[in-house]
Design a protein around this ligand. Sequence first.
Ligand SMILES: Cc1cc2nc3c(=O)[nH]c(=O)nc-3n(C[C@H](O)[C@H](O)[C@H](O)COP(=O)(O)OP(=O)(O)OC[C@H]3O[C@@H](n4cnc5c(N)ncnc54)[C@H](O)[C@@H]3O)c2cc1C
Length: 379
Amino acid sequence: MEFVLAEQERLVQETARDFAQKVLLPRAPRADDDPEFGRQTVELLRRHEYLGIMIPEEYGGGGMSCVEAVLATEQMARACLSSAAILGAHNLAVYCLLLMGDAQQKQQYLPQLASGQRIGAFALTEANAGSDVVNLSTTAARAGDDYVINGCKQFITNGGIAGLVVVFAVTDRSQGGRGISAFLVETEKPGFSIGKEENKMGIRGTSTGQVNFDNCHVPAANRLGKEGDGFKLAMMVLDRARPSVGAQALGVAQAALDMAVQYAKERVVFGQPLSEIQTTRFALADMATRLEAARLLVYRAATFAAAGTGRFSKDSSMAKLFASETAHFVVDQALQIHGGYGYMKEYPIERLYRDQRILEIYEGTSEIQRLVIARGILQ
Ligand SMILES: Cc1cc2nc3c(=O)[nH]c(=O)nc-3n(C[C@H](O)[C@H](O)[C@H](O)COP(=O)(O)OP(=O)(O)OC[C@H]3O[C@@H](n4cnc5c(N)ncnc54)[C@H](O)[C@@H]3O)c2cc1C
């Protein structure tokens, strides 16, 4: 059993840490109120060749393994969760192509996603289909060589900036989950439009919004997999992507722990540094211990995802569940250590407190992760 990173993994981690600390961290506070933040982040990710990390080299990407991508994501989230979330949503579209794209689709779109010519988005959620994903209203009706898509997707990360959206739509209502199909939609297509942009609590540097399909014609050649493969594809993608959400949680939690340690050493109360008080020490010890436990689960799940074999839904959900709830705990404790100052916007822990909350919601809520884990252990 190995608990040390391989040479290449350490290199990826160090390079990402350097990029994140020098480039992403100084601009992270702007995520809260700069409308250009998302587009500028994409440009930085493009310039530093992070948009293609999951894409094989033959398509112009970096060809990183799942483990390497998780290590890079953790470092980015440690500096700026909005930036890591933009990349995470882009990679959901990349995963769709890697898992079910045919040779033509890969040839056409992976180089565009790697180069940043198109940013990816993953459009599954609707007003009445969040956790209950099978309850989709969006339809895709066959019309000759095309499908005609109608419907509205909501809460879509990168919705306002994407050039390629993977949309999930009902092709045969009578088949339930087996009647859902996935399509690659170029956002310049007539019938595609961007709807309401959400005003959010956290990760405010990301675009989260509605995307609308109004008689949007998509060539049948843009269907991913067979008709009816959409639900299966969505689940396969989420299994592989949830360790990355876990890695986002590790990054935020590590940043909060670092802030708490520094603050506890500097703040003097009752004539001594806060760090000398046993209550603070116990809090820091619990934060650090839970974080390391989460890290092991996330790296383990990423190893399974990298191997790409066997069923690892349970392990992936455990990693996402435990890491996101750990981030919540660690950031909350870190804010408490900051006292009243932690509640003020001058201190970055205030933003982390708002940012981390999404990790227990997107890519499946904590309740849904528990259902997946229970199914795994009961079968
Ligand atoms: C900032 C942000 C970004 C997002 N990005 C994307 C994206 O890029 N693409 C995309 O497709 N979606 C995206 N989402 C949507 C997200 O995945 C959903 O919000 C999430 O899956 C929950 O769905 P819902 O909001 O409809 O809540 P609901 O499904 O209505 O759930 C409400 C509550 O009920 C609980 N619940 C529901 N069903 C059960 C059950 N069977 N057992 C126990 N508890 C249950 C839930 O856990 C939750 O606590 C994003 C959401 C946000 C907020």
